[in-house]
Design a protein around this ligand. Structure first.
Ligand code: SF4
Ligand code: SF4
Length: 272
């Protein structure tokens, strides 16, 4: 994909749904955007319908029938770098009674942001103003940001079960555009693997193996090579399981296995 098409694809992914929105987000000319959109449509990476543009792998959002109403959670909880707004701090452009005081020139992120509740994907227990939880979907993640006034709300029901369900769906679709379920609560970040909570996942990825239908053993990688070794060991565990019917699963979530993996695994499994 060329650079222009990539820029346009990213803008659509970030939520720009109109020609103007994409031009604003990318700084490209309308002509270049139109060409890139045609290319992306031909490659079936993008869909143009009555609701504007959207990535081909994203379901059309149901028409918006909800209103933000009394909610201003995204102007409070989310980070908006374009106006120097940190996470969990009410935007300096927000004024009670007026709302956004720079509405006509608010940043693209504010223009295009629509949370999952507003899109109609969640029932009213998830209304951000009362739940303290904002959910939004991106191409490869369900992003959950939690108000620092209730940092553990996401662990409570009915929220946690829904997050577990999303996480398992995302894991099962790996290889077929899977997605991660990420929670940001105050300074803490978590990756959900079903009911298993991975604290502070690294940028390099998390290797994991199912223990039960909805729990996992995980190992956090500290480099691409480390992730590769972890995946190689998982492949060896699966081979041993096929051969012997079982294999011990190493417990240390921060270990760094070195090849050859088989002898140590066979020893731990008492198959040696
Ligand atoms: S968090 Fe959702 S409902 Fe609340 S103001 Fe933002 S978009 Fe609207
Ligand atoms: S610029 Fe306006 S819309 Fe954006 S976060 Fe601030 S108050 Fe909200």
């Amino acid at each position: 994909m060329d650079q222009t098409a990539l820029q346009v694809a990213r803008a659509v992914e970030a939520g720009a749904t109109t020609m103007k929105g994409i031009v604003d987000a990318t700084g490209l000319s309308r002509l270049k955007v139109e060409r890139a959109l045609s290319t992306l449509e031909k490659q079936k990476l993008l869909i143009r319908d009555g609701q504007g543009f959207r990535p081909a792998n994203r379901q059309a959002a149901p028409p918006l029938t909800r209103q933000c109403g009394s909610c201003n959670a995204c102007c409070d909880i989310l980070e908006v770098a374009a106006v120097d707004k940190p996470v969990n701090q009410l935007c300096r452009h927000w004024q009670t009674g007026t709302g956004c005081t720079i509405y006509d020139r608010r940043p693209q992120m504010c223009r295009s942001f629509v949370c999952a509740w507003l899109q109609g994907h969640l029932d009213d227990t998830w209304f951000p103003a009362t739940s303290g939880i904002i959910v939004h979907f991106s191409q490869d993640a369900v992003n959950v940001t939690v108000d620092d006034g209730c940092p553990d709300r996401w662990r409570e029901e009915p929220y946690f079960s829904k997050l577990v369900e999303w996480s398992l769906n995302g894991i099962r679709r790996i290889g077929n555009r899977g997605y991660a379920t990420l929670v940001v609560s105050g300074d803490n970040r978590f990756l959900l693997l079903g009911r298993t909570i991975v604290p502070e996942p690294t940028l390099f990825g998390t290797a994991f193996l199912p223990l039960t239908a909805d729990t996992f053993r995980f190992w956090r990688a500290t480099s691409p090579e480390h992730l590769q070794r972890l995946h190689e060991r998982i492949a060896e565990i699966e081979r041993i399981r096929q051969e012997f019917g079982s294999c011990a699963i190493p417990e240390n979530e921060d270990d760094d296995p070195q090849a050859p993996y088989r002898p140590a695994l066979l020893r731990q499994s008492n198959h040696a």
